[in-house]
Write a protein that binds this ligand. Structure first.
Ligand code: HEM
Ligand code: HEM
Length: 476
């Protein structure tokens, strides 16, 4: 069923703007800034390995090996996951036209989540980590994550159970699905290594986890937010509800099988590699269901993108998501993979959907929610535009630096086998691209300063929203 796009007016105090949502959104912006700073330090260290190594403390706690996982975890768990939790805690009650089932449970989730990640990240920086990518936090904090996800799950499902709106809008499917998948995937991925049998079996388990934290958590929760925001921002219903449900069920059916595509040309049986490649191609179905719905919904109203900065973020996010999902099946083929695997190409690919795609969708969502959370208009449209252009330009420089470096790196290694290019020669030829990554990353970071500053100014001195104002004016 299509969601009705606009209501008549927004009350100055939005009934769905709970303290839980505020807490999750505010802390997510803090993690965003921190992850960017850490990413930048890691990027500078890869240009100059002596950067920040002046004394023993720096050599230990700010070493590449420790900072890199803290950057990745802070970006994926601290920033994206907290912000998605906040968006769902706002969006689920709003779509159900009922209050959050338990505000107390919500606050418990938000506070526990924040402290759990804070201490988890400190543990990684102190060297207590599992060594499994995206699952580096020690077991104690994994238990914390599961408790928080379970409490969020309970709160969201109970809210849906008590709903006043009978129709289950498509975002609810995506959000309830993704939070359920998250619990399952996180538990599987964080079972201690010793319980998983020999190394090969462990690698398979972990890539099931690694792939699905992306495919069954970040992707459906992000697509759910895209479907939530689009009708609001363009003031018309989603083009096809049926298409969005095809997308949901095909994500659920195809994503789980993709883990082995991270181990192609690696130490797993050939049949298993192929079993990972086929669903990688089938993923084009859910991806195109989303893009077709975006194109269908936007037909005739593309001009609104130039008028509304939140919509500009949303559409650019959808575009980068689409591009990443064209890149993905290509690099999952055995030929391209043989060249691109273990190169900077993958780093460029990883940042495209995570930053260019779903972080942009989240920025759009936060700009949409913020006036409703604070009862104040956003402070500066110019700052929103600076945020947009610096983020997009920065990412394009970052991405192209990584993709070009990856192709050169892959071919040089192949040549190395035949012609003897030394490791050092390969690294020297990549230097300029690593500088490009740091330049792009600096612009991305600068963009987030505008974002955070605008939010702080809005909360403190944004114009108060009147009872009678049209909600469409709020979404700029
Ligand atoms: C049709 C869709 C997609 C396909 C077929 C695909 C395929 C792949 C493949 C084959 C790799 C492994 C590259 C290598 O190690 O050589 C990879 C890596 C990665 N992908 Fe995708 N991808 C898709 C979409 C996405 C999306 C939507 C996201 C994020 C939401 C994403 C995030 C990542 C990340 C973070 C990595 C790096 C993993 C690591 O740390 O090793 N991908 N992808
Ligand atoms: C919200 C924004 C961001 C997200 C979600 C994010 C996420 C990630 C992920 C998933 C990886 C692992 C990639 C892989 O293993 O293939 C990674 C690595 C990295 N990221 Fe980010 N990142 C973000 C912003 C940044 C920024 C602004 C910079 C600044 C330059 C940066 C620099 C790096 C570096 C240097 C690495 C290590 C790659 C390597 O080992 O060569 N990231 N990030």
């Amino acid at each position: 069923m299509a969601q009705s796009a606009a209501t008549t007016h927004v009350p100055a105090r939005d009934p769905y703007a709970s303290a839980t949502v505020k807490m999750l959104i505010y802390t997510s912006v803090f993690w965003l800034l921190l992850s960017m700073v850490l990413g930048l330090i890691v990027a500078l260290k890869s240009i100059n390995p002596d950067f920040l190594t002046g004394n023993r403390f720096l050599q230990t706690y700010l070493s590449y090996g420790r900072l890199r996982p803290v950057h990745v975890n802070t970006a994926v768990i601290g920033w994206m996951t907290s912000a998605f939790f906040g968006a769902m805690t706002y969006g689920v009650p709003a779509l159900c036209k009922t209050k959050l089932w338990s505000e107390k449970l919500g606050m418990f989730t938000a506070v526990y989540w924040m402290l759990n990640y804070l201490f988890g990240a400190m543990a990684i920086a102190a060297g207590y980590q599992t060594g499994v990518e995206y699952a580096e936090m020690p077991l104690l904090f994994d238990i914390g994550v599961v408790i928080c996800v379970a409490s969020l799950w309970t709160n969201l499902f109970m809210t849906v159970k008590n709903r006043k709106e009978r129709v289950l809008y498509v975002s609810l499917w995506y959000w309830l699905g993704s939070v359920t998948f998250l619990a399952i995937v996180y538990i599987v991925g964080n079972i201690p290594a010793g319980w998983m049998g020999p190394g090969m079996a462990q690698a398979n388990y972990y890539y099931y986890y690694m792939h699905n934290i992306i495919g069954l958590w970040l992707t459906p929760v992000g697509v759910g937010l895209l479907y939530y925001l689009m009708p609001k921002l363009v003031d018309r219903p989603i083009y096809s509800h049926k298409l969005s449900l095809i997308g949901f069920w095909t994500i659920a059916a195809f994503y789980v099988w993709n883990g082995p595509h991270h181990l192609i040309n690696g130490p797993i049986p050939l049949w298993l590699m192929k079993a990972g490649i086929i669903p990688s191609l089938l993923l084009l179905i859910p991806v195109w269901s989303v893009l077709a719905n975006v194109i269908g919904t936007m037909k005739g109203v593309w001009y609104k993108v130039s008028e509304n900065v939140s919509l500009k973020f949303l559409m650019t996010g959808a575009l980068f998501y689409g591009l990443a999902c064209i890149q993905g099946p290509f690099q999952a083929l055995m030929g391209p993979h043989a060249i691109l695997h273990y190169t900077y190409w993958t780093v460029g690919h990883a940042h495209m959907p995570l930053f260019g795609g779903f972080s942009l969708v989240l920025f759009s969502g936060i700009y949409y929610m913020f006036p409703r959370l604070t009862g104040r208009h956003l402070y500066s449209r110019a700052m929103m535009n600076w945020h947009y252009w610096l983020s997009v330009l920065g990412f394009v420089i970052f991405g192209f630096a990584m993709w070009t470096a990856g192709v050169i790196q892959g071919f040089e290694w192949m040549d190395g086998k035949q012609l003897g290019a030394s490791f050092l020669q390969v690294m020297e030829s990549l230097h300029v691209f690593l500088i490009g990554r740091a330049v792009g990353g600096s612009l991305m970071f600068l963009g987030q300063i505008f974002f955070a500053w605008n939010l702080i100014k809005s909360a403190r001195s944004g114009k108060p929203i009147e009872q009678t104002e049209d909600p469409m004016l709020l979404a700029r």
